[in-house]
Write a protein that binds this ligand. Structure first.
Ligand code: F0G
Length: 471
């Protein structure tokens, strides 16, 4: 049994007492405010794509939580301990030990970031025509699975596709969907189940411990591997502590070890949870898979004891891993996301509920019911928010979903969202107030807004570089 109450703010949890970050500020980076006229010009030059803006033209940057965190003084001190040997750097062994200690996997392959690890694992285990079931696609993850010859199949619970459904674990895999896929294509056509915690494209929604335990049993029955996208697993484990019966008194670090123990390996974009600006890894328990990945890493990333990272990067990362699982850090991190979510909820602005771990997701279909999905409502909303305030957000809708490789048509996802992604330890509560007010201003002007027309479309991961014109 799991509890279904989801605290909207940390205040409620502590009887309306305020909470604060477990750190103070030692160094600041000035940011620039711009005029409306400057922003009109900047977004036009960027083809109405927030990825193509220069950061100098951005006031509050909520494009992503990836590589945008503030490092601690201990991490910066670690930078000075970089051992820049080509082979066998001290920092690699510290990193390897941190991953083994906190995640519990046996064999580690370092990579420059998450997609480097996705490339290795996909090439190592996927064969042409294989099926890879997962809890909603992620852009780079699915592309690497497809480039290796695989076909991604979404087996997430239906609730994940409904932004108003308040289920506490909307990242869970639907075991019935998974079983019917196994029945249909046969277990030998499924090299692994691709499980992500939290689920980025669903709004940062978590997976429960009960779900991963059940998955382990099902995978064992059919002899299928279970791999984890651990990119935001520390945040996922905070939600387990908050919402799942039996975990309220367990530290996140302990919950993380238990969760990983049900899986056969993981890939990681350390640019998120781990509080560093670059880095990633692949970790597995199977020696054969490790052997293949380690053979490949020297071709695509760098030697197997640095994988594209410098020694100092690996040191900061090893320290970041230990900071990332601290309960008070996660309470403040997710508390800040809840805070922004509560303001918008109070003003009845349509967002994905419940609020997830790393971001607020605006529901662009509800903002702009008069803009059809082929006119890119979420892309439109992201550019309107920038024009209003200089705040940079990211489209997570039809542009991100790309085209179906079979038919060549747009894929039309049920969720047409704009992500306001909160970097870790970077912005203050006042920045969140400014953000909420800017979103409200855009919402109030929603009826005067038209969609966009795509005028340039790259072949891969089009959302990064596509260009648009106003209709
Ligand atoms: N998996 C998930 C769940 C991610 O969110 C990302 C990156 C990756 C894998 C790939 O990692 O960027 O280090 O190569 N997400 C970023 C984002 C880009 O903005 O959500 P990467």
């Amino acid at each position: 049994m799991m509890t279904t109450t989801i605290p909207q703010t940390m205040g409620q949890q502590f009887g309306r007492r305020s909470w604060a970050e477990p750190w103070k500020i030692k160094m600041v980076e000035p940011i620039r405010m711009t005029t409306r006229a400057e922003r009109e010009q900047a977004i036009d030059e960027a083809g109405y794509n927030t990825f193509l803006l220069r950061s100098n033209d951005v006031y509050i940057d909520l494009l992503t939580d990836s590589g945008t965190s503030a490092m601690s003084d201990r991490q910066w001190a670690g930078i000075m301990l970089g051992d820049e040997a080509y082979a066998g750097s001290n920092n690699f062994y510290r990193l390897e030990k941190a991953i083994q200690d906190y995640y519990g996997y046996k064999y580690i392959v370092p990579t420059h970031q998450g997609r480097g690890a996705e490339h290795l694992i996909s090439q190592a285990v996927i064969k042409q025509g294989d099926y890879i079931p997962g809890n909603m696609y992620f852009t780079t993850t699915r592309l690497h699975q497809e480039l290796a010859g695989g076909i991604f199949v979404d087996v997430i619970v239906d609730a994940a596709h409904d932004p108003t459904d308040l289920s506490p674990f909307k990242g869970n895999i639907d075991l019935n969907k998974l079983e019917s896929l196994i029945e249909k294509v046969g277990a030998e056509k499924i090299p692994y189940v691709s499980l992500a915690g939290t689920v980025n494209m669903a709004g940062g929604q978590p997976v429960s411990m009960a779900n991963v335990r059940d998955l382990r049993v099902l995978c064992d029955k059919h002899n299928i591997r279970l791999y984890l996208d651990a990119t935001r697993m520390a945040e996922n484990c905070f939600f387990i502590q908050e919402r799942e019966e039996g975990y309220a008194d367990k530290p996140v670090a302990e919950i993380l070890r238990e969760f990983c123990s049900y899986t056969d390996g993981a890939w990681m974009s350390s640019k998120k949870d781990h509080l560093v600006n670059i880095g990633g890894w692949l970790a597995v328990n199977d020696e054969d898979v490790f052997d293949k990945a380690r053979n490949m890493v020297v071709v695509y990333e760098g030697l197997h004891t640095y994988g594209g990272m410098s020694g100092r990067d690996m040191e900061a990362l090893a320290i970041g891993i230990s900071e990332s699982v601290q309960d008070d850090h996660l309470r403040a991190r997710i508390g800040q996301v809840y805070y922004l979510g509560e303001l918008l909820t109070d003003w009845q602005i349509p967002i994905v509920q419940p609020v997830g771990g790393h971001a607020i997701f605006l529901d662009a279909k509800k903002f702009y019911p008069h803009i059809s999905q082929d006119k890119f409502p979420a892309q439109t909303l992201a550019s309107e928010l920038y024009l209003e305030s200089g705040i940079r957000a990211m489209e997570r809708g039809v542009v991100s979903a790309g085209r179906d490789p079979e038919t060549g048509d747009h894929r039309y996802p049920a969720l047409e969202l704009v992500r306001l992604t909160i970097p870790r330890r970077v912005y203050t509560q006042a920045h969140m107030d400014v953000t909420a007010e800017a979103v409200r201003a855009v919402y109030e002007n929603r009826e005067n807004t038209n969609g966009l027309n795509m005028v340039y479309e790259p072949d891969y991961l089009r959302f990064f570089q596509a260009r648009f014109e106003r209709l």
